[in-house]
Design a protein around this ligand. Sequence first.
Ligand code: UDP
Length: 239
Amino acid sequence: MKQLELLYEGKTKQVFLTDDPDKIILHYKDTATAFNNIKKATIENKGLLNNAISAIAFETLQNAGVATHYIEKFDERNQLCRRVEIIPLEVIVRNRIAGSMAHQLDVEEGMKPANTIYDICYKNDELGDPLMNDHHAVALGLATYEELSEIYRMSARINEVLTELFLRIDVELVDFKIEFGKTSNGTIVLADEISPDTCRLWDVESGKKLDHDRFRRDLGHVREAYEEIRARLEKITTK
Ligand code: UDP
């Protein structure tokens, strides 16, 4: 597999073309951003940790029958993935109400609703990724109703599998953001990454936050939290 030119550079990852038109390389950087890129920093080795954590999450999901873009992690910072067209929606799954939603609804962070909450946001940095509903997404041509129902079905299954994975390492999956892509034949697959950058992960025993909120909220020990997640996950997998 030969790495070719940079296709796209995001806030925390780079995407490179390869000599196979159906495959891309995802390169994980050490940059951390929050509040739509207003707060920025470099966290040494974050890219390496997220690559390892995301690889375990995607392998677990694939083993559970969830279709994803992931092929393999081939070195410390790089993964080989199928090339997909990203659907410009961020799907947020909430098992507890936290962060911006707790703030907007004026409920205490950590409130556990009887139902799982699914939000969709328009993936558009200029607009600040606004929350929208299915009808807005269809009206803008971002997805069809059929595609949205497949996305919600997959999101529910992903939530089940990841909740169980994290519980095995004594971590509660509070909420997370995922993205989907379409393969050349129109199949919807899970894409992007699953890591402490994109999930709220609370230690079951202590309630300690082991995720990106340590950076966003200046709680300190950001890298140590990511290292803790990687170490616990590696203990329960063969990697
Ligand atoms: N999230 C993300 N990228 C975003 C926005 C949110 O990965 O651009 C994740 C975030 O880490 C959390 C979940 O999605 O696990 C829900 O985030 P929320 O809507 O509460 O936003 P926040 O409080 O982070 O602004």
